[in-house]
Design a protein around this ligand. Structure first.
Ligand SMILES: Cc1cc2nc3c(=O)[nH]c(=O)nc-3n(C[C@H](O)[C@H](O)[C@H](O)COP(=O)(O)OP(=O)(O)OC[C@H]3O[C@@H](n4cnc5c(N)ncnc54)[C@H](O)[C@@H]3O)c2cc1C
Length: 438
């Protein structure tokens, strides 16, 4: 009898965990992703701020499964699901909408940016979701310093050296802290005509406090730390406008050529493919066993799924994605080998962490609330542990020690001159910045 076919769409935290849980299953597992790598998104901001290189936070999915013989990896983009015919539509560089049949389907397609209905902001405020995004932000930041150094008119330095982060959740806070350390230590001695230390870093959010999912005292500690690092924290007002000249917040224009979007996320279109009930954010409403109602063969996991526990929706974090992915893999394994069904999925919350600059983090786990160096050490250990391979763990560990001790960073190259001109959208990429030489 032919082995059942399990298709997993998405090689992020959830998809990877599902595929690994199916390693001993007598099935053909096919993992489809539109990129060839698994990305460790929590460290994207370190690529954007030059601490790490892209290859230190991403691993080819194919190499992760090289020893898992029942698993085939396919580079392709899924654009739809035919529930009746039980197949997914996959496109690649050569072919469009090729149907691939499944017996079981796990959708783990994650999330992308949401500009809260202001898609026009995207042109001037790139988000931070993929490696390409992180490299684009790094290019933009580094190029701003280069342009300022080349600019003879000192009145333009202020705009060029103002960096705005929109969104004071973990990504915005971590990015602001890392950027402050970058300009005040790494870049300090590198320029002759500008003083990088004078760079203005502004973190903006409509919420009344930073790190809104943490306790008030940790959020206060994080804000104080940011301010100590020289970050200007502006809360309680949403951004009204973002354009080539900066932002408008609470009626005030803040001139800047580098604005980065670190706010909302929108789930993948998996709910539309399935034509099933979604929550207000567009995530697929799933049942306690992570299946879609009336389709026990389809499971949706991670950031693109919506499940309540204790009356509250589970957060879009890596821990939820990994635990759901593992559960989905085990559930399908059990069905294939004839085991009795597992108990409903239950998320075990190990806690939240966010790092704020060098040697400082906030940590909240149950009743435990810690801020400072100890929390930072825990943050570092946990993040190292969850990197996909031991070679990445070693490489990142050594880089962090090097950066901590010397202040120097791993990757300060501007690798793509096209589309990174400060303050200009990518479409304007062919316009080269004018060199206002001496
Ligand atoms: C900048 C940033 C920082 C974060 N920091 C933290 C943190 O500190 N702690 C924490 O717990 N969480 C953090 N998160 C959230 C965490 O990364 C996500 O919750 C987690 O990645 C969700 O896992 P996932 O598998 O659902 O989706 P993802 O990890 O996003 O994976 C989705 C995968 O699906 C693929 N895909 C999407 N659509 C298609 C398609 N149509 N066809 C084929 N493939 C497709 C993508 O290429 C991707 O590989 C952060 C997220 C970001 C963006």
């Amino acid at each position: 009898m032919a082995k059942p076919r399990v298709i997993i769409v998405g090689g992020g935290f959830a998809g990877l965990a599902a595929a690994k849980a199916l390693r001993k299953t007598p099935a053909k597992v096919i993992l489809i992703d539109r990129t060839n790598h698994h990305l460790f998104q929590p460290l994207l901001y370190q690529v954007a701020t030059s601490v790490l290189t892209p290859s230190q936070i991403a691993t080819p999915i194919r190499s992760i499964f090289r020893k898992q013989k029942n698993t085939t990896v396919i580079l392709g983009e899924v654009s739809g699901v035919d529930k009746g015919q039980k197949c997914v539509m996959v496109s690649d560089a050569d072919r469009q909408n090729v149907p691939i049949a499944y017996d079981y389907l796990i959708l783990a397609t994650g999330a992308s940016h949401s500009y809260f209905g202001h898609n026009e902001f995207a042109e001037y405020a790139p988000g931070l979701k993929s490696l390409a995004d992180a490299e684009a932000s790094r290019n933009k930041i580094l190029q701003a310093f280069e342009l300022a150094e080349a600019e003879e008119d000192p009145s333009r330095h202020r705009d060029l050296l103002t960096f705005i982060l929109v969104g004071a959740g973990p990504t915005g806070v971590e990015m602001a802290g890392a950027l402050a350390v970058f300009v005040r230590s790494t870049l300090k001695s590198d320029f002759r005509r500008i003083n990088p230390v004078s760079a203005r870093i502004v973190l903006v959010d409509m919420a009344p406090r930073v790190l809104g999912t943490f306790s008030e005292s940790l959020s206060k500690a994080a804000k104080q730390r940011l301010e100590k690092l020289g970050v200007e924290v502006r809360l309680g007002h949403s951004v009204d406008q973002i354009d080539a000249d900066g932002i408008v917040v609470a009626g005030e224009r803040i001139a800047s050529k580098t604005v980065i979007w670190t706010a909302g996320v929108a789930p993948s279109p998996a709910g539309k493919w399935l034509n099933v009930e979604m929550d207000r954010a567009g995530r697929v409403r799933i049942q306690k066993d992570l299946t879609v109602p009336a389709h026990p063969e389809i499971l949706v996991v991670g950031d693109t799924a919506s499940l309540d526990q204790n009356g509250k929706p589970l957060p879009g974090v890596a821990q939820v994605a990994m635990q759901q992915g593992r559960y989905a893999g085990k559930l399908i394994h059990g069905r294939i080998v004839g085991n009795s069904p597992p108990r409903p999925f239950s998320y075990f919350d190990k806690g939240n962490m966010a790092v704020v600059g060098k040697g400082f983090a906030v940590l909240q786990s149950g009743r435990v609330q810690v801020s400072g160096f100890l929390a930072w050490l825990t943050w570092a250990a946990v993040h190292l542990q969850f990197l996909a391979t031991s070679s990445l763990r070693l490489s990142v560990f050594l880089q962090w020690i090097w950066t901590y001790v010397t202040g120097q960073r791993g990757d300060r190259l501007i690798v793509n001159h096209h589309g990174t001109e400060v303050g200009k959208p990518a479409a304007d990429a062919n316009v080269k910045p004018a060199f206002a030489g001496r």
